[in-house]
Design a protein around this ligand. Structure first.
Ligand SMILES: Nc1ncnc2c1ncn2[C@@H]1O[C@H](COP(=O)(O)OP(=O)(O)OP(=O)(O)O)[C@@H](O)[C@H]1O
Ligand SMILES: [Mg+2]
Length: 388
């Protein structure tokens, strides 16, 4: 048997996820033969265990088929990128952030951004290192609500410094785009943007990153859940039935994405009259309790309709910071400390884990790389399909 015999046999082993074989890619090195013994090295570009295992299995079978009896297939692969932090498993492209909180809602306009802003500030006031990521790419409101409207971040090489206000680090598409410009983007661009917000923003070693989501259950939510282990999911709803119906979809999404549900914030829950301070029931009150308990979740806050909340949002003077003694600020503080306790509990029980929601193709191998576009060698690392 000759070198040719070995290489010919190995031409039947395609590189997982691609149409080309490992010989054509030039991955086969150091072939040594002695009688019916053969050893070789396959020098690959992926660190995925599944890729390695598949190559070893297929190469061994191919060499057995041509008569070798003792076969040693060594795999040389790059080190897997260190993407995990201590208490978390699965994929984490922002490992210097300890915990991620996803703020979602089924319906638009129910107060996600308001909740995100006030909870982030409350946690920062309670001594945590907090970031606030505006993942609402089409409708970024966080800069205005945090008093940063029109402020541009500093660029450091190909990374971006987060802005800072009220003790919170902040990033938003609104801070990167010109005022009033609209974005018309495909889903795949939204996914890239979310990834870049996690990877290319110079977040500090944050205790928590609060992520204000667009409404609904779409690409942004899935990408986030696959990119980082989300420690806590919060659903914001208003008390009316139509909003509650939609919030069930968000709770269901958290369950499907294996995101621990911290609870429900019932926003616009009653009205506090600015002149007499009495609380009256406009949209209903307490109706979210039943929905929350159907998903074993807590009602972590009931925040009333209060003109000062809206004014705080519009003027960039959030109520939790500027009126810390108000009833509403106190409710945000209570919700924030409950949320922090929930995060501690999740971490004590082993932490968030997004390994079961990863794409089905091995890391580093694109789902669409098996087709016509697969003529080049695979990239060194990173998932995602760049072809559409
Ligand atoms: N409890 C409240 N009392 C008074 N006004 C509120 C309250 N909660 C939110 N608002 C106001 O309602 C409007 C919508 O709130 P917000 O932008 O936070 O909702 P959203 O869910 O983030 O919306 P979108 O789905 O568009 O992102 C804002 O003007 C905000 O200031
Ligand atoms: Mg919003």
């Amino acid at each position: 048997m000759t070198n040719e015999t070995v290489l010919d046999a190995l031409k039947s082993v395609t590189y997982p996820g691609f149409t080309k074989d490992i010989v054509t890619f030039g991955f086969v090195k150091d072939v040594k033969m002695e009688g019916d013994k053969v050893s070789l090295t396959v020098d690959i570009t992926s660190s995925a265990e599944e890729v390695k295992a598949q190559i070893v299995k297929e190469a061994t079978e191919a060499l057995k088929a041509v008569g070798f009896l003792a076969i040693e297939v060594n795999i040389k692969a790059p080190q897997a990128p260190k993407e995990m932090s201590n208490s978390q498993s699965g994929k984490n492209i922002a490992p210097h952030v300890k915990n991620f909180i996803m703020v979602s809602s089924g319906k638009g306009g129910v107060g996600k951004s308001t909740t995100s802003v006030n909870l982030a500030i409350a946690m920062a006031m309670q001594g945590k290192k907090v970031g606030l990521l505006d993942a609402d790419i089409y409708g970024p409101n966080i800069p205005r609500m945090m008093g940063l409207h029109g402020v541009k971040p500093e660029i450091q090489g190909n990374k971006v410094e987060p802005l800072k206000a009220y003790g919170v680090e902040i990033m938003s598409m609104g801070s990167l785009m010109d005022d009033g410009k609209s974005l018309i983007w495909r889903g795949s661009m939204i996914m890239k943007a979310i990834e870049q917000f996690l990877r290319d923003i110079l977040w500090s070693e944050l205790d928590v990153l609060v992520i204000d989501m667009p409404p609904g259950t779409g690409d942004a939510q899935l990408t986030l859940a696959q990119s980082v282990p989300v420690t806590a999911g919060i659903v914001v709803t208003t008390p009316q039935q139509v909003s509650l119906d939609d919030s069930k979809r968000s709770l269901d999404m958290f369950e499907k994405l294996h995101i621990p549900i911290a609870g429900v914030v019932e926003n616009m829950s009653g009205f506090i009259c600015p002149s007499c301070d009495t609380e009256s029931d406009i949209f209903g009150m307490g109706t979210s309790k039943e929905v929350a308990s159907a998903y074993n979740a807590e009602l972590i806050a009931q925040v009333p309709i209060e003109p000062a909340i809206r004014v705080g949002g519009d003027t960039g003077q959030p109520i939790t910071f500027h009126q810390p003694d108000s009833e509403t600020a106190k409710r945000y503080h209570t919700a924030a400390s409950n949320l922090l306790a929930f995060i501690d509990k999740v971490n004590a029980e082993g932490g968030a884990d997004n390994s079961s929601v990863q794409p089905t193709t091995p890391p580093g191998v694109s789902a669409c790389s098996t087709g016509a576009g697969a003529s080049q060698a695979p990239a060194q690392s990173g998932g995602g399909c760049g072809c559409h």
